[in-house]
Design a protein around this ligand. Structure first.
Ligand code: NAP
Length: 243
Protein backbone atom coordinates (compact mmCIF):
# COMPACT_ATOMS: atom_id res chain seq x y z
CA UNK A 1 0.00 0.00 0.00
CA UNK A 2 1.21 3.53 -0.66
CA UNK A 3 0.23 7.13 -0.09
CA UNK A 4 0.97 10.58 -1.50
CA UNK A 5 0.64 13.46 0.96
CA UNK A 6 1.01 16.91 -0.57
CA UNK A 7 3.06 19.44 1.39
CA UNK A 8 4.50 16.71 3.60
CA UNK A 9 8.06 17.65 4.52
CA UNK A 10 6.83 19.65 7.53
CA UNK A 11 3.78 20.52 9.64
CA UNK A 12 0.65 18.37 9.55
CA UNK A 13 1.68 16.70 6.26
CA UNK A 14 4.84 15.37 7.89
CA UNK A 15 2.85 13.90 10.80
CA UNK A 16 0.50 12.20 8.32
CA UNK A 17 3.46 10.74 6.37
CA UNK A 18 5.01 9.43 9.60
CA UNK A 19 1.73 7.79 10.65
CA UNK A 20 1.37 5.95 7.33
CA UNK A 21 5.07 4.99 7.22
CA UNK A 22 4.87 3.67 10.79
CA UNK A 23 2.06 1.40 9.60
CA UNK A 24 4.11 0.02 6.70
CA UNK A 25 2.93 2.17 3.78
CA UNK A 26 5.34 3.28 1.07
CA UNK A 27 5.19 7.04 0.92
CA UNK A 28 5.54 9.98 -1.44
CA UNK A 29 6.79 13.15 0.23
CA UNK A 30 5.83 16.20 -1.82
CA UNK A 31 7.28 19.63 -1.13
CA UNK A 32 7.65 22.94 -2.89
CA UNK A 33 10.38 24.82 -0.99
CA UNK A 34 11.40 22.61 1.94
CA UNK A 35 13.80 20.29 0.12
CA UNK A 36 16.23 19.62 3.00
CA UNK A 37 13.36 18.71 5.35
CA UNK A 38 11.95 16.36 2.68
CA UNK A 39 15.28 14.54 2.26
CA UNK A 40 15.71 14.21 6.05
CA UNK A 41 12.21 12.77 6.36
CA UNK A 42 12.90 10.28 3.55
CA UNK A 43 16.09 9.07 5.31
CA UNK A 44 14.27 8.84 8.61
CA UNK A 45 11.30 6.77 7.40
CA UNK A 46 13.45 4.48 5.25
CA UNK A 47 15.82 3.69 8.08
CA UNK A 48 13.22 3.57 10.87
CA UNK A 49 10.24 1.91 9.19
CA UNK A 50 11.94 0.10 6.26
CA UNK A 51 9.42 1.45 3.72
CA UNK A 52 10.06 2.94 0.27
CA UNK A 53 10.02 6.72 0.14
CA UNK A 54 9.98 9.06 -2.86
CA UNK A 55 10.69 12.77 -2.57
CA UNK A 56 9.10 14.87 -5.30
CA UNK A 57 9.31 18.63 -5.62
CA UNK A 58 6.10 19.92 -7.17
CA UNK A 59 4.35 23.25 -6.87
CA UNK A 60 0.76 22.05 -6.81
CA UNK A 61 -0.45 25.30 -8.39
CA UNK A 62 1.37 24.31 -11.62
CA UNK A 63 -0.43 21.75 -13.76
CA UNK A 64 2.70 20.63 -15.64
CA UNK A 65 4.47 19.93 -12.34
CA UNK A 66 1.47 17.94 -11.12
CA UNK A 67 1.56 15.89 -14.34
CA UNK A 68 5.28 15.21 -13.88
CA UNK A 69 4.76 14.17 -10.25
CA UNK A 70 1.95 11.76 -11.14
CA UNK A 71 4.03 10.26 -13.96
CA UNK A 72 6.97 9.71 -11.63
CA UNK A 73 4.80 8.10 -8.92
CA UNK A 74 3.15 5.68 -11.35
CA UNK A 75 6.49 4.90 -12.99
CA UNK A 76 8.18 4.12 -9.66
CA UNK A 77 5.27 2.66 -7.64
CA UNK A 78 2.97 1.38 -10.42
CA UNK A 79 -0.16 2.63 -8.66
CA UNK A 80 -1.33 4.89 -5.85
CA UNK A 81 -3.67 3.76 -3.04
CA UNK A 82 -4.22 6.99 -1.11
CA UNK A 83 -4.01 10.69 -1.94
CA UNK A 84 -3.99 13.17 0.94
CA UNK A 85 -4.51 16.76 -0.26
CA UNK A 86 -2.81 18.64 2.56
CA UNK A 87 -0.63 21.41 1.02
CA UNK A 88 -1.91 24.92 1.47
CA UNK A 89 -0.99 28.51 2.18
CA UNK A 90 -2.62 31.11 4.42
CA UNK A 91 -1.89 34.75 3.61
CA UNK A 92 -3.35 36.66 6.52
CA UNK A 93 -3.42 40.31 5.46
CA UNK A 94 -5.47 43.40 6.03
CA UNK A 95 -8.83 42.81 4.36
CA UNK A 96 -8.75 46.08 2.41
CA UNK A 97 -5.17 45.58 1.20
CA UNK A 98 -5.71 42.05 -0.12
CA UNK A 99 -5.45 42.06 -3.91
CA UNK A 100 -6.92 39.89 -6.63
CA UNK A 101 -3.41 38.48 -7.09
CA UNK A 102 -3.29 37.41 -3.42
CA UNK A 103 -6.76 35.91 -3.65
CA UNK A 104 -5.94 33.98 -6.83
CA UNK A 105 -2.64 32.68 -5.41
CA UNK A 106 -4.44 31.14 -2.44
CA UNK A 107 -7.14 29.62 -4.65
CA UNK A 108 -4.60 28.23 -7.12
CA UNK A 109 -2.67 26.35 -4.44
CA UNK A 110 -5.38 25.39 -1.96
CA UNK A 111 -8.36 24.79 -4.23
CA UNK A 112 -7.24 24.36 -7.84
CA UNK A 113 -4.25 22.21 -6.77
CA UNK A 114 -6.61 19.95 -4.82
CA UNK A 115 -9.00 19.84 -7.78
CA UNK A 116 -6.32 18.89 -10.33
CA UNK A 117 -4.65 16.26 -8.15
CA UNK A 118 -7.98 14.66 -7.19
CA UNK A 119 -9.25 14.65 -10.75
CA UNK A 120 -6.08 13.29 -12.37
CA UNK A 121 -5.24 10.72 -9.68
CA UNK A 122 -8.92 9.88 -9.10
CA UNK A 123 -9.33 8.90 -12.77
CA UNK A 124 -6.37 6.52 -12.44
CA UNK A 125 -7.79 5.11 -9.21
CA UNK A 126 -11.14 4.65 -10.95
CA UNK A 127 -9.45 2.62 -13.70
CA UNK A 128 -7.98 0.42 -10.96
CA UNK A 129 -11.40 0.38 -9.20
CA UNK A 130 -9.82 1.26 -5.88
CA UNK A 131 -8.45 4.27 -4.11
CA UNK A 132 -8.99 6.75 -1.36
CA UNK A 133 -8.87 10.55 -1.30
CA UNK A 134 -8.58 12.54 1.92
CA UNK A 135 -8.71 16.32 1.84
CA UNK A 136 -7.57 18.70 4.54
CA UNK A 137 -9.93 21.65 4.70
CA UNK A 138 -10.49 23.67 7.89
CA UNK A 139 -13.21 24.82 10.26
CA UNK A 140 -12.70 28.09 8.30
CA UNK A 141 -14.35 26.30 5.38
CA UNK A 142 -17.51 25.79 7.45
CA UNK A 143 -17.72 29.06 9.35
CA UNK A 144 -15.73 32.19 8.72
CA UNK A 145 -14.59 34.51 11.46
CA UNK A 146 -11.81 36.79 10.28
CA UNK A 147 -11.95 38.74 6.97
CA UNK A 148 -8.10 38.72 6.88
CA UNK A 149 -8.38 35.12 5.69
CA UNK A 150 -11.24 35.61 3.21
CA UNK A 151 -9.30 33.89 0.39
CA UNK A 152 -8.21 30.98 2.61
CA UNK A 153 -11.78 30.51 3.89
CA UNK A 154 -13.18 30.49 0.34
CA UNK A 155 -10.56 27.93 -0.74
CA UNK A 156 -11.40 25.67 2.22
CA UNK A 157 -15.17 25.97 1.58
CA UNK A 158 -14.44 25.07 -2.06
CA UNK A 159 -12.68 21.87 -0.95
CA UNK A 160 -15.89 20.81 0.84
CA UNK A 161 -17.78 21.27 -2.42
CA UNK A 162 -15.13 19.33 -4.39
CA UNK A 163 -15.49 16.47 -1.91
CA UNK A 164 -19.16 15.93 -2.79
CA UNK A 165 -18.60 16.06 -6.57
CA UNK A 166 -15.60 13.72 -6.49
CA UNK A 167 -17.30 11.26 -4.10
CA UNK A 168 -20.23 11.20 -6.50
CA UNK A 169 -18.16 10.79 -9.67
CA UNK A 170 -15.77 8.16 -8.31
CA UNK A 171 -18.45 6.06 -6.56
CA UNK A 172 -18.57 3.25 -5.63
CA UNK A 173 -14.83 2.59 -5.89
CA UNK A 174 -13.16 5.55 -4.23
CA UNK A 175 -14.02 7.00 -0.86
CA UNK A 176 -13.57 10.77 -0.70
CA UNK A 177 -13.63 12.52 2.68
CA UNK A 178 -12.60 15.86 4.11
CA UNK A 179 -11.14 16.70 7.49
CA UNK A 180 -11.81 20.16 8.94
CA UNK A 181 -9.31 20.85 11.72
CA UNK A 182 -9.48 23.80 14.07
CA UNK A 183 -6.25 25.37 15.31
CA UNK A 184 -3.12 23.16 15.07
CA UNK A 185 0.35 23.82 16.51
CA UNK A 186 2.31 24.20 13.24
CA UNK A 187 4.39 26.84 11.46
CA UNK A 188 1.21 28.18 9.87
CA UNK A 189 0.49 29.83 13.23
CA UNK A 190 4.02 30.73 14.26
CA UNK A 191 3.49 34.48 13.68
CA UNK A 192 0.27 34.79 15.68
CA UNK A 193 0.63 37.07 18.67
CA UNK A 194 0.24 35.69 22.16
CA UNK A 195 -2.94 37.62 23.03
CA UNK A 196 -4.65 36.31 19.92
CA UNK A 197 -3.57 32.74 20.68
CA UNK A 198 -4.91 33.08 24.24
CA UNK A 199 -8.21 34.49 22.97
CA UNK A 200 -8.63 31.65 20.46
CA UNK A 201 -7.59 29.02 23.04
CA UNK A 202 -10.23 30.28 25.45
CA UNK A 203 -12.93 29.41 22.87
CA UNK A 204 -11.83 25.75 22.71
CA UNK A 205 -13.44 23.32 25.18
CA UNK A 206 -10.18 21.34 25.43
CA UNK A 207 -8.43 24.67 26.08
CA UNK A 208 -5.51 24.10 23.69
CA UNK A 209 -4.57 23.91 20.01
CA UNK A 210 -4.29 20.40 18.48
CA UNK A 211 -0.95 18.69 18.04
CA UNK A 212 -0.41 17.62 14.39
CA UNK A 213 -0.36 13.98 15.49
CA UNK A 214 -3.96 14.25 16.71
CA UNK A 215 -5.12 15.25 13.22
CA UNK A 216 -2.78 12.71 11.57
CA UNK A 217 -4.49 9.93 13.57
CA UNK A 218 -7.77 10.76 11.81
CA UNK A 219 -6.10 11.15 8.39
CA UNK A 220 -4.63 7.67 8.84
CA UNK A 221 -7.88 6.11 10.08
CA UNK A 222 -9.79 7.39 7.01
CA UNK A 223 -7.26 5.68 4.76
CA UNK A 224 -7.82 2.27 6.36
CA UNK A 225 -10.56 -0.36 5.99
CA UNK A 226 -11.73 0.48 9.50
CA UNK A 227 -13.29 3.54 7.84
CA UNK A 228 -14.81 1.46 5.03
CA UNK A 229 -18.30 3.02 5.29
CA UNK A 230 -17.15 6.60 5.78
CA UNK A 231 -17.60 8.38 2.47
CA UNK A 232 -18.47 11.88 1.26
CA UNK A 233 -18.11 13.10 4.85
CA UNK A 234 -16.93 16.43 6.21
CA UNK A 235 -15.37 15.67 9.57
CA UNK A 236 -14.71 18.43 12.06
CA UNK A 237 -11.85 18.00 14.56
CA UNK A 238 -11.43 21.13 16.65
CA UNK A 239 -11.37 20.21 20.36
CA UNK A 240 -14.95 21.45 20.73
CA UNK A 241 -15.84 25.12 20.36
CA UNK A 242 -17.66 27.04 23.11
CA UNK A 243 -20.98 28.39 21.88
N1 NAP B 1 -2.30 25.00 11.27
C1 NAP B 1 -3.60 25.16 11.47
O1 NAP B 1 -4.02 25.77 12.47
C2 NAP B 1 -4.59 24.58 10.50
C3 NAP B 1 -5.95 24.62 10.84
C4 NAP B 1 -6.88 24.06 9.96
C5 NAP B 1 -6.46 23.49 8.77
N2 NAP B 1 -5.13 23.48 8.48
C6 NAP B 1 -4.74 22.87 7.22
O2 NAP B 1 -3.84 21.81 7.47
C7 NAP B 1 -2.98 21.63 6.33
C8 NAP B 1 -1.53 21.63 6.77
O3 NAP B 1 -1.25 22.89 7.35
P1 NAP B 1 0.04 23.17 8.26
O4 NAP B 1 -0.46 23.85 9.46
O5 NAP B 1 0.87 21.96 8.35
O6 NAP B 1 0.75 24.26 7.32
P2 NAP B 1 2.28 24.68 7.19
O7 NAP B 1 3.02 24.31 8.42
O8 NAP B 1 2.25 26.11 6.77
O9 NAP B 1 2.78 23.76 5.97
C9 NAP B 1 2.25 23.98 4.69
C10 NAP B 1 2.72 22.89 3.78
O10 NAP B 1 2.16 23.12 2.48
C11 NAP B 1 3.19 23.07 1.53
N3 NAP B 1 2.90 23.92 0.37
C12 NAP B 1 2.56 25.23 0.37
N4 NAP B 1 2.42 25.67 -0.89
C13 NAP B 1 2.69 24.61 -1.70
C14 NAP B 1 2.69 24.44 -3.11
N5 NAP B 1 2.43 25.45 -3.94
N6 NAP B 1 2.99 23.21 -3.60
C15 NAP B 1 3.29 22.16 -2.77
N7 NAP B 1 3.29 22.29 -1.42
C16 NAP B 1 3.00 23.50 -0.90
C17 NAP B 1 4.45 23.50 2.25
O11 NAP B 1 5.57 22.97 1.56
P3 NAP B 1 6.99 23.79 1.39
O12 NAP B 1 7.47 24.11 2.78
O13 NAP B 1 7.85 22.79 0.70
O14 NAP B 1 6.71 24.99 0.56
C18 NAP B 1 4.23 22.87 3.62
O15 NAP B 1 4.67 21.53 3.61
C19 NAP B 1 -3.32 22.78 5.37
O16 NAP B 1 -4.25 22.33 4.41
C20 NAP B 1 -3.98 23.80 6.29
O17 NAP B 1 -4.84 24.67 5.59
C21 NAP B 1 -4.18 24.01 9.30
Amino acid sequence: MNVLVTGSSRGLGKSIILEYAKNGYDIVINHNNSHEEALKLKDYVESTYKVRALVIRCDISKENEIDDMIEEIYKKFGHLDILVNNASIALDQDFELKTKKDFMKTLEINLVGTYLLSKKIGIKMLEAKKGNIINISSTNGIETTYPESIDYDASKAGIISLTHNFANYFAPYIRVNTICPGWINTDMNKNLDEDFINKETSKILLNRFAEPQEIANLAYFLGTDKASYINDSIIRIDGGIKR
